[in-house]
Design a protein around this ligand. Structure first.
Ligand code: NAD
Ligand code: WQD
Length: 339
Protein backbone atom coordinates (compact mmCIF):
# COMPACT_ATOMS: atom_id res chain seq x y z
CA UNK A 1 0.00 0.00 0.00
CA UNK A 2 1.57 3.28 -1.10
CA UNK A 3 0.80 6.51 0.77
CA UNK A 4 1.60 10.00 -0.44
CA UNK A 5 2.42 12.27 2.52
CA UNK A 6 2.22 15.97 1.66
CA UNK A 7 4.18 18.08 4.13
CA UNK A 8 5.96 14.89 5.22
CA UNK A 9 9.22 16.68 6.08
CA UNK A 10 7.44 18.80 8.72
CA UNK A 11 6.90 18.19 12.41
CA UNK A 12 3.82 15.95 12.42
CA UNK A 13 4.52 14.61 8.92
CA UNK A 14 8.00 13.28 9.76
CA UNK A 15 6.70 11.48 12.86
CA UNK A 16 3.90 9.99 10.80
CA UNK A 17 6.37 8.81 8.14
CA UNK A 18 8.22 6.86 10.87
CA UNK A 19 5.04 5.08 11.94
CA UNK A 20 3.97 4.43 8.32
CA UNK A 21 7.32 2.83 7.54
CA UNK A 22 7.15 0.83 10.79
CA UNK A 23 3.82 -0.53 9.55
CA UNK A 24 5.40 -1.43 6.18
CA UNK A 25 3.56 1.14 4.08
CA UNK A 26 5.45 2.46 1.06
CA UNK A 27 5.88 6.18 1.56
CA UNK A 28 6.22 9.02 -0.95
CA UNK A 29 6.76 12.49 0.51
CA UNK A 30 5.92 15.73 -1.30
CA UNK A 31 7.17 18.86 0.45
CA UNK A 32 8.45 22.24 -0.75
CA UNK A 33 10.59 22.55 2.42
CA UNK A 34 9.17 26.04 3.05
CA UNK A 35 9.00 25.26 6.77
CA UNK A 36 11.17 22.16 7.07
CA UNK A 37 14.41 20.51 6.12
CA UNK A 38 15.18 17.35 4.15
CA UNK A 39 17.38 16.40 7.10
CA UNK A 40 14.21 15.28 8.93
CA UNK A 41 13.64 12.67 6.22
CA UNK A 42 17.23 11.41 6.40
CA UNK A 43 16.61 10.90 10.09
CA UNK A 44 13.29 9.13 9.46
CA UNK A 45 15.28 6.66 7.36
CA UNK A 46 17.86 6.25 10.16
CA UNK A 47 15.20 5.60 12.77
CA UNK A 48 13.30 3.04 10.71
CA UNK A 49 16.10 1.52 8.62
CA UNK A 50 13.72 1.92 5.68
CA UNK A 51 13.65 4.20 2.67
CA UNK A 52 11.06 6.55 1.26
CA UNK A 53 10.77 8.59 -1.93
CA UNK A 54 11.07 12.35 -1.60
CA UNK A 55 9.88 14.98 -4.06
CA UNK A 56 10.83 18.58 -3.37
CA UNK A 57 7.65 19.88 -4.92
CA UNK A 58 5.06 22.57 -4.32
CA UNK A 59 1.31 22.01 -4.16
CA UNK A 60 0.96 25.38 -5.88
CA UNK A 61 2.62 23.80 -8.94
CA UNK A 62 0.15 21.32 -10.41
CA UNK A 63 2.71 19.89 -12.83
CA UNK A 64 4.89 18.86 -9.92
CA UNK A 65 1.96 17.04 -8.29
CA UNK A 66 1.13 15.37 -11.60
CA UNK A 67 4.70 14.09 -11.83
CA UNK A 68 4.35 12.29 -8.49
CA UNK A 69 1.05 10.64 -9.44
CA UNK A 70 2.41 9.67 -12.89
CA UNK A 71 5.41 7.96 -11.34
CA UNK A 72 3.64 6.16 -8.48
CA UNK A 73 0.45 4.21 -8.02
CA UNK A 74 -0.78 6.01 -4.91
CA UNK A 75 -3.44 4.30 -2.77
CA UNK A 76 -4.13 7.17 -0.39
CA UNK A 77 -2.93 10.62 0.64
CA UNK A 78 -2.21 12.09 4.06
CA UNK A 79 -2.35 15.83 3.52
CA UNK A 80 -0.27 17.74 6.08
CA UNK A 81 1.16 20.43 3.80
CA UNK A 82 0.11 23.92 4.77
CA UNK A 83 1.18 27.08 6.52
CA UNK A 84 0.23 27.14 10.20
CA UNK A 85 1.36 30.32 11.98
CA UNK A 86 -1.77 31.99 13.33
CA UNK A 87 -0.25 35.47 13.83
CA UNK A 88 1.34 35.49 10.37
CA UNK A 89 -1.99 34.48 8.85
CA UNK A 90 -3.55 37.62 10.33
CA UNK A 91 -0.85 39.85 8.75
CA UNK A 92 -0.67 38.10 5.36
CA UNK A 93 -3.99 36.32 4.89
CA UNK A 94 -3.75 36.09 1.11
CA UNK A 95 -0.59 34.02 1.36
CA UNK A 96 -2.39 31.62 3.70
CA UNK A 97 -5.51 31.37 1.54
CA UNK A 98 -3.41 30.86 -1.58
CA UNK A 99 -1.02 28.30 -0.14
CA UNK A 100 -3.46 26.26 1.94
CA UNK A 101 -6.57 26.42 -0.22
CA UNK A 102 -5.17 26.61 -3.76
CA UNK A 103 -2.58 23.99 -2.80
CA UNK A 104 -5.35 21.66 -1.57
CA UNK A 105 -7.50 22.30 -4.68
CA UNK A 106 -4.56 21.41 -6.92
CA UNK A 107 -3.94 18.23 -4.96
CA UNK A 108 -7.61 17.20 -5.06
CA UNK A 109 -7.84 17.88 -8.81
CA UNK A 110 -4.87 15.63 -9.54
CA UNK A 111 -6.17 12.94 -7.18
CA UNK A 112 -9.50 13.08 -8.98
CA UNK A 113 -7.82 12.77 -12.40
CA UNK A 114 -5.88 9.71 -11.23
CA UNK A 115 -8.93 8.25 -9.48
CA UNK A 116 -7.16 8.30 -6.11
CA UNK A 117 -10.04 9.16 -3.78
CA UNK A 118 -8.75 8.40 -0.30
CA UNK A 119 -7.50 11.32 1.76
CA UNK A 120 -6.74 12.12 5.39
CA UNK A 121 -6.75 15.86 6.06
CA UNK A 122 -4.93 17.64 8.91
CA UNK A 123 -7.60 19.79 10.44
CA UNK A 124 -7.38 21.47 13.81
CA UNK A 125 -9.25 22.10 17.03
CA UNK A 126 -9.16 25.73 15.93
CA UNK A 127 -12.27 24.99 13.82
CA UNK A 128 -14.29 24.89 17.06
CA UNK A 129 -13.53 28.59 17.71
CA UNK A 130 -14.33 29.44 21.33
CA UNK A 131 -16.38 26.40 22.41
CA UNK A 132 -19.51 26.96 24.52
CA UNK A 133 -18.72 23.93 26.69
CA UNK A 134 -16.05 21.28 27.30
CA UNK A 135 -15.01 18.66 26.38
CA UNK A 136 -15.37 19.32 22.66
CA UNK A 137 -17.28 16.77 20.57
CA UNK A 138 -17.05 16.48 16.79
CA UNK A 139 -20.60 17.74 16.27
CA UNK A 140 -19.99 21.05 18.09
CA UNK A 141 -20.59 24.22 16.02
CA UNK A 142 -17.66 25.39 13.91
CA UNK A 143 -16.21 28.85 13.45
CA UNK A 144 -12.94 30.53 12.63
CA UNK A 145 -11.20 33.21 14.64
CA UNK A 146 -8.29 33.93 12.28
CA UNK A 147 -7.35 33.39 8.59
CA UNK A 148 -5.34 30.23 9.36
CA UNK A 149 -8.35 28.69 11.09
CA UNK A 150 -10.56 29.83 8.22
CA UNK A 151 -8.37 27.91 5.76
CA UNK A 152 -8.93 24.74 7.83
CA UNK A 153 -12.67 25.36 7.98
CA UNK A 154 -12.89 26.16 4.26
CA UNK A 155 -10.93 23.04 3.31
CA UNK A 156 -13.24 20.94 5.51
CA UNK A 157 -16.20 22.46 3.65
CA UNK A 158 -14.57 21.88 0.25
CA UNK A 159 -14.03 18.23 1.19
CA UNK A 160 -17.66 17.91 2.36
CA UNK A 161 -18.88 19.30 -0.98
CA UNK A 162 -16.54 17.01 -2.88
CA UNK A 163 -17.86 13.99 -1.02
CA UNK A 164 -21.48 15.01 -1.64
CA UNK A 165 -20.72 15.30 -5.37
CA UNK A 166 -19.02 11.90 -5.60
CA UNK A 167 -19.56 9.22 -2.96
CA UNK A 168 -16.49 7.31 -4.16
CA UNK A 169 -14.36 9.64 -2.07
CA UNK A 170 -13.23 8.51 1.38
CA UNK A 171 -12.21 11.46 3.49
CA UNK A 172 -11.04 11.62 7.10
CA UNK A 173 -10.99 15.04 8.75
CA UNK A 174 -8.67 14.72 11.74
CA UNK A 175 -8.94 17.61 14.17
CA UNK A 176 -5.69 17.76 16.13
CA UNK A 177 -5.53 19.41 19.52
CA UNK A 178 -2.09 20.74 20.68
CA UNK A 179 0.75 18.48 19.52
CA UNK A 180 4.01 18.47 21.42
CA UNK A 181 6.86 16.07 22.20
CA UNK A 182 9.18 14.28 19.84
CA UNK A 183 10.24 10.80 18.79
CA UNK A 184 11.91 8.98 21.70
CA UNK A 185 15.15 8.64 19.69
CA UNK A 186 15.65 12.41 19.90
CA UNK A 187 16.40 12.34 16.16
CA UNK A 188 13.29 14.18 14.97
CA UNK A 189 11.20 16.85 16.64
CA UNK A 190 9.70 20.29 16.23
CA UNK A 191 12.06 22.80 14.64
CA UNK A 192 10.26 26.14 14.36
CA UNK A 193 11.65 28.90 12.16
CA UNK A 194 12.67 31.93 14.25
CA UNK A 195 11.07 32.67 17.61
CA UNK A 196 8.46 30.00 18.37
CA UNK A 197 4.79 31.00 18.52
CA UNK A 198 3.69 27.89 20.40
CA UNK A 199 4.18 27.21 24.07
CA UNK A 200 6.22 24.00 24.11
CA UNK A 201 8.98 24.97 21.66
CA UNK A 202 9.20 28.32 23.45
CA UNK A 203 9.70 26.62 26.83
CA UNK A 204 12.31 24.23 25.46
CA UNK A 205 14.25 27.09 23.87
CA UNK A 206 14.26 28.85 27.25
CA UNK A 207 15.51 25.64 28.89
CA UNK A 208 18.39 25.35 26.41
CA UNK A 209 19.31 29.03 26.90
CA UNK A 210 18.29 30.37 23.48
CA UNK A 211 15.57 32.57 25.00
CA UNK A 212 15.63 34.30 28.42
CA UNK A 213 12.16 33.56 29.80
CA UNK A 214 8.65 32.42 28.95
CA UNK A 215 5.93 35.07 28.72
CA UNK A 216 2.77 33.55 30.16
CA UNK A 217 -0.10 35.13 28.28
CA UNK A 218 -2.52 36.00 31.09
CA UNK A 219 -3.29 34.53 34.53
CA UNK A 220 -6.81 35.88 34.85
CA UNK A 221 -8.69 33.27 32.82
CA UNK A 222 -11.55 31.34 34.38
CA UNK A 223 -9.33 28.25 34.86
CA UNK A 224 -7.99 26.61 38.06
CA UNK A 225 -4.72 28.60 38.09
CA UNK A 226 -5.85 31.45 35.82
CA UNK A 227 -3.60 30.45 32.89
CA UNK A 228 -4.80 28.96 29.59
CA UNK A 229 -5.67 25.26 29.49
CA UNK A 230 -5.08 23.05 26.42
CA UNK A 231 -5.25 19.41 25.38
CA UNK A 232 -1.57 18.69 24.71
CA UNK A 233 -1.05 15.48 22.77
CA UNK A 234 2.21 13.64 22.12
CA UNK A 235 3.14 13.87 18.45
CA UNK A 236 3.78 10.10 18.30
CA UNK A 237 0.26 9.41 19.61
CA UNK A 238 -0.99 11.80 16.92
CA UNK A 239 1.04 10.00 14.24
CA UNK A 240 -0.42 6.68 15.43
CA UNK A 241 -3.89 8.21 15.03
CA UNK A 242 -3.15 8.40 11.28
CA UNK A 243 -2.04 4.78 11.26
CA UNK A 244 -5.37 3.79 12.80
CA UNK A 245 -7.29 6.01 10.36
CA UNK A 246 -5.88 4.47 7.16
CA UNK A 247 -7.47 1.00 7.51
CA UNK A 248 -10.77 2.74 8.30
CA UNK A 249 -10.41 4.84 5.15
CA UNK A 250 -9.91 1.70 3.07
CA UNK A 251 -13.24 0.29 4.28
CA UNK A 252 -15.03 3.02 2.23
CA UNK A 253 -16.53 4.91 5.17
CA UNK A 254 -17.31 8.08 3.17
CA UNK A 255 -16.53 11.26 5.08
CA UNK A 256 -15.54 10.78 8.71
CA UNK A 257 -14.44 13.26 11.37
CA UNK A 258 -12.38 12.57 14.49
CA UNK A 259 -10.91 14.60 17.32
CA UNK A 260 -7.34 13.56 18.05
CA UNK A 261 -6.72 14.69 21.60
CA UNK A 262 -6.14 13.14 25.01
CA UNK A 263 -9.27 14.43 26.72
CA UNK A 264 -7.13 16.03 29.44
CA UNK A 265 -6.46 19.75 29.82
CA UNK A 266 -3.22 21.09 31.31
CA UNK A 267 -2.56 24.73 32.14
CA UNK A 268 0.41 26.77 30.94
CA UNK A 269 1.88 26.72 34.46
CA UNK A 270 1.44 22.92 34.69
CA UNK A 271 3.35 22.56 31.42
CA UNK A 272 6.17 24.77 32.71
CA UNK A 273 6.34 22.67 35.92
CA UNK A 274 6.28 19.44 33.93
CA UNK A 275 9.13 20.67 31.77
CA UNK A 276 11.16 21.73 34.81
CA UNK A 277 10.79 18.23 36.25
CA UNK A 278 11.77 16.54 32.97
CA UNK A 279 14.75 18.77 32.24
CA UNK A 280 15.89 19.46 35.77
CA UNK A 281 16.16 23.12 34.72
CA UNK A 282 14.47 26.16 36.19
CA UNK A 283 12.25 27.82 33.58
CA UNK A 284 11.99 31.55 34.32
CA UNK A 285 8.65 33.05 33.37
CA UNK A 286 6.68 36.26 33.75
CA UNK A 287 2.98 36.89 33.52
CA UNK A 288 2.10 39.30 30.71
CA UNK A 289 -1.15 40.41 29.06
CA UNK A 290 -3.43 37.90 27.39
CA UNK A 291 -2.57 37.17 23.74
CA UNK A 292 -5.33 38.53 21.49
CA UNK A 293 -7.49 35.77 20.05
CA UNK A 294 -6.63 33.18 22.72
CA UNK A 295 -9.40 31.21 24.39
CA UNK A 296 -9.38 30.22 28.07
CA UNK A 297 -9.60 26.46 27.74
CA UNK A 298 -9.92 23.73 25.16
CA UNK A 299 -9.87 19.96 25.39
CA UNK A 300 -11.26 17.12 23.36
CA UNK A 301 -13.76 14.41 23.84
CA UNK A 302 -11.75 11.69 22.04
CA UNK A 303 -14.39 8.95 22.54
CA UNK A 304 -15.36 8.71 18.86
CA UNK A 305 -11.79 7.96 17.72
CA UNK A 306 -11.52 5.31 20.44
CA UNK A 307 -14.79 3.63 19.48
CA UNK A 308 -14.47 3.80 15.70
CA UNK A 309 -10.70 3.69 15.12
CA UNK A 310 -9.54 1.84 18.23
CA UNK A 311 -7.16 4.75 18.86
CA UNK A 312 -6.39 6.48 22.09
CA UNK A 313 -3.50 8.66 23.22
CA UNK A 314 -1.30 6.75 25.66
CA UNK A 315 1.57 9.05 26.47
CA UNK A 316 1.63 11.26 29.56
CA UNK A 317 2.59 14.86 30.14
CA UNK A 318 5.88 13.57 31.62
CA UNK A 319 6.57 11.67 28.35
CA UNK A 320 5.84 14.79 26.29
CA UNK A 321 8.18 16.94 28.36
CA UNK A 322 10.94 14.30 28.54
CA UNK A 323 10.88 13.64 24.79
CA UNK A 324 10.80 17.35 23.90
CA UNK A 325 13.79 17.95 26.14
CA UNK A 326 15.67 14.96 24.71
CA UNK A 327 15.16 16.35 21.18
CA UNK A 328 16.06 19.92 22.19
CA UNK A 329 19.23 19.04 24.07
CA UNK A 330 20.48 16.72 21.33
CA UNK A 331 19.66 19.31 18.65
CA UNK A 332 20.03 22.77 20.21
CA UNK A 333 19.72 24.34 16.76
CA UNK A 334 17.10 21.95 15.46
CA UNK A 335 18.04 20.56 12.05
CA UNK A 336 20.71 23.27 11.90
CA UNK A 337 22.23 24.72 8.77
CA UNK A 338 20.11 22.71 6.41
CA UNK A 339 16.92 24.71 7.18
P1 NAD B 1 4.98 21.95 9.63
O1 NAD B 1 5.10 23.35 9.16
O2 NAD B 1 6.09 21.39 10.43
O3 NAD B 1 4.71 20.98 8.39
C1 NAD B 1 4.00 21.41 7.24
C2 NAD B 1 4.85 21.04 6.03
O4 NAD B 1 4.16 21.45 4.83
C3 NAD B 1 6.22 21.73 6.02
O5 NAD B 1 7.21 20.73 5.86
C4 NAD B 1 6.15 22.66 4.81
O6 NAD B 1 7.41 22.80 4.17
C5 NAD B 1 5.12 21.96 3.93
N1 NAD B 1 4.40 22.85 3.00
C6 NAD B 1 3.74 24.00 3.29
N2 NAD B 1 3.19 24.51 2.17
C7 NAD B 1 3.49 23.65 1.15
C8 NAD B 1 3.21 23.62 -0.24
N3 NAD B 1 2.53 24.61 -0.84
N4 NAD B 1 3.66 22.58 -0.98
C9 NAD B 1 4.39 21.59 -0.40
N5 NAD B 1 4.70 21.57 0.90
C10 NAD B 1 4.24 22.59 1.68
O7 NAD B 1 3.60 21.84 10.44
P2 NAD B 1 3.04 20.66 11.35
O8 NAD B 1 3.00 21.16 12.74
O9 NAD B 1 3.73 19.41 11.04
O10 NAD B 1 1.54 20.62 10.83
C11 NAD B 1 1.12 19.74 9.83
C12 NAD B 1 -0.34 20.01 9.50
O11 NAD B 1 -1.12 19.86 10.69
C13 NAD B 1 -0.59 21.43 9.00
O12 NAD B 1 -1.59 21.37 7.99
C14 NAD B 1 -1.13 22.14 10.20
O13 NAD B 1 -1.98 23.20 9.86
C15 NAD B 1 -1.90 21.03 10.91
N6 NAD B 1 -2.02 21.25 12.36
C16 NAD B 1 -0.91 21.52 13.09
C17 NAD B 1 -1.03 21.75 14.46
C18 NAD B 1 0.17 22.13 15.28
O14 NAD B 1 0.00 22.73 16.33
N7 NAD B 1 1.38 21.78 14.89
C19 NAD B 1 -2.29 21.66 15.06
C20 NAD B 1 -3.39 21.36 14.28
C21 NAD B 1 -3.24 21.14 12.92
C1 WQD C 1 -1.02 27.28 24.20
C2 WQD C 1 -1.25 28.06 25.49
C3 WQD C 1 -1.22 30.45 25.18
C4 WQD C 1 2.99 30.71 24.04
C5 WQD C 1 -2.21 27.03 18.34
C6 WQD C 1 -3.11 27.36 17.19
C7 WQD C 1 -4.02 26.21 16.88
C8 WQD C 1 -3.20 24.92 16.69
C9 WQD C 1 -2.25 24.68 17.81
C10 WQD C 1 -2.75 24.59 14.40
C11 WQD C 1 -2.18 29.26 25.31
C12 WQD C 1 -0.07 30.01 26.05
C13 WQD C 1 1.75 30.25 24.42
C14 WQD C 1 3.74 31.51 24.95
C15 WQD C 1 1.96 31.32 26.54
N1 WQD C 1 -2.40 24.98 15.53
N2 WQD C 1 1.24 30.56 25.65
N3 WQD C 1 3.18 31.79 26.16
O1 WQD C 1 -2.84 28.88 20.78
O2 WQD C 1 -3.66 26.72 21.83
O3 WQD C 1 -3.03 26.74 19.47
O4 WQD C 1 -1.45 25.85 18.02
O5 WQD C 1 -3.81 24.25 14.02
O6 WQD C 1 -4.71 26.57 15.73
O7 WQD C 1 -3.87 28.52 17.53
O8 WQD C 1 -1.26 26.91 21.13
O9 WQD C 1 1.03 26.65 22.00
O10 WQD C 1 0.34 28.86 20.97
O11 WQD C 1 -0.61 28.18 23.17
O12 WQD C 1 1.50 31.61 27.63
O13 WQD C 1 4.85 31.98 24.64
O14 WQD C 1 0.01 28.60 25.91
O15 WQD C 1 -1.77 31.66 25.63
O16 WQD C 1 -2.93 29.38 26.49
P1 WQD C 1 -2.78 27.42 20.86
P2 WQD C 1 -0.03 27.66 21.76
Amino acid sequence: MKILVTGGAGYIGSHTCVELLNENYDVVVLDNLSNSSEESLFRVKNITGKSLEFYKADLLNKKQILAVFSEHKIDGVIHFAGLKAVGESVSIPLKYFHNNITGTLNLLAVMNDFNVKNIVFSSSATVYGDPASLPIKEEFPLSATNPYGRTKLMIEEILQDLYHSDKNWNIALLRYFNPMGAHKSGEIGEDPCGIPNNLMPYISQVAIGLLPQVSVFGNDYDTPDGTGVRDFIHVVDLALGHIKTLPKLFTNPGLVIYNLGTGIGYSVLEIIKGFEAASNKKIPYKIVDRRPGDIAACWADPTKAKEELGWKANKTLADMCKDTWNWQKNNPNGYGESL
